[in-house]
Design a protein around this ligand. Structure first.
Ligand SMILES: CC(C)(COP(=O)(O)OP(=O)(O)OC[C@H]1O[C@@H](n2cnc3c(N)ncnc32)[C@H](O)[C@@H]1OP(=O)(O)O)[C@@H](O)C(=O)NCCC(=O)NCCS
Length: 170
């Protein structure tokens, strides 16, 4: 079996926030951040699959903290679980902050799903993922229920078949 680790796909993109990318409160426009997250996540998915990848779903995005003009924004994406042809990618968004001990603060996070496809857009099999750190293992373990939730919301799975998701509530 061909295994990869989350570190094999890690993708880190740092950029600043320009006036043309902000809303009327001078904070980063949400769609601009989503695009940066999608770009980093698609590179991470491509590094894992070594194939063409397409965004199948934006499963979750939490805009916890606003991002003011001039901020230095780092978007870090890693594959958190690989299924058959699809994979979940976690994206952590950090802001430089010289007053914090780490030198950065967490601003947002998101979870996207990508599918590896051939030249004709048909889904193709991808390598499996072996998580290493505690957080990688936690994200790996939760990925199946997030996939089932995403499929249910997209009308591609019956709620009754979402066994892993249902187990959360019973
Ligand atoms: C994503 C896409 C390839 C899926 O094609 P499909 O015919 O639905 O293929 P399948 O039903 O075989 O699904 C393929 C995989 O994607 C997963 N998937 C499909 N839709 C999903 C969703 N909404 N959420 C989570 N996973 C999803 C399936 O579970 C399956 O995963 P698995 O093989 O790992 O078990 C196809 O819908 C597509 O090309 N969409 C457009 C993508 C695009 O252009 N994105 C950019 C938007 S601008």
């Amino acid at each position: 079996m061909d295994y990869k680790t989350p570190t094999d796909s890690i993708t880190i993109m740092t950029d600043t926030v320009l006036p043309s990318e902000t809303n009327t409160l001078n904070n980063l426009f949400g769609g601009e951040l989503l695009a940066r997250m999608d770009r980093a996540a698609s590179i991470a998915a491509g590094r894992h699959a070594k194939r063409i990848v397409v965004t199948a779903s934006v499963n979750h995005v939490a805009f916890t903290r606003s991002v003011p003009i001039g901020s230095v924004v780092t978007v870090e994406a890693k594959v958190s679980r690989a299924f058959n042809t699809s994979m979940e990618v976690f994206i952590d968004v950090w802001l430089d902050n010289f007053e914090s001990s780490e030198g950065k603060i967490k601003a947002n996070e998101g979870v996207y799903t990508f599918v590896a496809v051939d030249e004709n857009g048909r889904p193709v099999k991808i390598p499996q993922l072996k998580p290493e750190s505690d957080i990688e293992k936690e994200r790996f373990n939760g990925a199946l229920r997030r996939k089932q939730l995403s499929l249910v919301l997209a009308g591609k799975m019956k709620p009754d078949d979402a066994t892993e998701l249902k187990a959360l509530f019973v």
